[in-house]
Design a protein around this ligand. Sequence first.
Ligand SMILES: [Zn+2]
Length: 387
Amino acid sequence: MALSTKATHQQTRDHNERLVVRTLYDLGPISRAEVARLTGLTRTTVSDVVSTLLDDGVVREIGRGPSSGGKAPILLEVHDDARLVVGLDLGEEHFAGSLVNLRGEIRRTVELAVDGRDGAAALALVFDLLDRLLDGSTAPLLGIGIGTPGLVDSRTGTIRRAVNLDWRDLPLGAIVAERYAVPVNVANDSQAAALAEYTYAGGDRVPNLIAIRVGRGVGAGLILRGALFQGDGSGAGEIGHVVIADDGALCRCGRNGCLETVAGMSAIEAQATAATGRPTDLVALRVAIEAGDRWALDIADAAGAVLGRAIAGLIGALDIQRIVLLGPVAELGEPWLASVRREAWSRALALLADDIQIDVAGPTTNVVIRGASALLVARELGLSLVR
Ligand SMILES: [Zn+2]
C-alpha cells in the first residue's frame, strides 16, 4: 500500500516536471506564474518543480521581465546546453556524428570515411566515431541517437537489413547502449528526418506530419499523433521501393521500376547525363534549371511529378496536411517543387487537397543527425514522442 502511494507520488512528480519543462521549452522565457497559468498546476507545485530543475541545471533564471504593476517577475528558460545528445548519420560514403544540444544545435562534428567497410569493420568505425565525439564532452550526455539507411526496428534498436553495410538483424542499439551506458535510439534516416522536423518545430509543431527524404533513396517518415509510426514490419513510409513503372530500370533492391529508379537522385543524374552527353550531377542540373534550360526543366518536372503522385497516395491513406520535403533532390528548387505540388494536389481527393501544405524544409544538411538526437531530446522534455 505504502509502496503504491509512493509510486503514484513519483509519477505525478515526473509528469509535472515534464509538463513544466515542455512549457518552458516551447514558450520560454516566461515567469513561474505564467507557467502555472499555462499548465493549470498550482503556483506552489510550479515553484517546487522549478527549484529541482534549477538544481539539475536544465532550467535557468535569466533576469526580470516587464512588471505589470507589482514586482517584476523572474523569467525562466530551458538551458539549451545543459544536456548534450549524440546524433549519428551512418551515410553511404561517410559516417558523421555530432554533439547536439537540447535545441538541436550542433556543437561539434566528426566525420569518418566509410571506404567500403561493412560488417564488423563498419561497426568498429561507429565505435571509433563515438569515442572521438565523446572525448572531452562538456555536459552530461542524455543518450545516443543513430540514423541509418535500411529497415530498422526502433522499438528494439535492431537493424533488420542495411544492404550497403551488410548488416542483417544487428542489435546495434543494445551493443552501443552496453558500451557507452546511456540510452540509445536507432531510426531509419527518413524517420529520423521526420523526428527532427517534429521535435524542433517549436511553436509550429503539428501532431501529424510526413517528411519525405529524396536522395539516392526515397523514403517517408510518418509522425502520427506526435509519435513516430513504423508499421507492423518497421517499414512504414518505405515508398521508394514501391514499383511504379512496369518495365522500369533495375533497382538496388533487385526489382524493376521502383519509385527510386525514377524520382531518386541517381535516376535524375543519369537523365541529366544522358541529356547533356557528359557527367552531370545535381549541382550542375540545378545551375541549368536556374538558367532556364529546357532539358533541365523537363527532368525536374518529370521527377517531381512522379513523387507528387506517390504523395497523393499517402494523403489518400492518411489525410495528413503537413508534408515536408528534404534531402539533396529537394534542393532542386522551384520547378521541381511546383511539379510535386501540382501532381499531389490534382490527384488527391479534392476535399482533402485544399488544406495540404507541401514545402521544402529549411537547411537540410545534418537533418539525420538532428533527427537521430530528436527522439532522446523529446523523451527528456516530455514531447510525447515515446509511447
Ligand atoms: Zn527498389
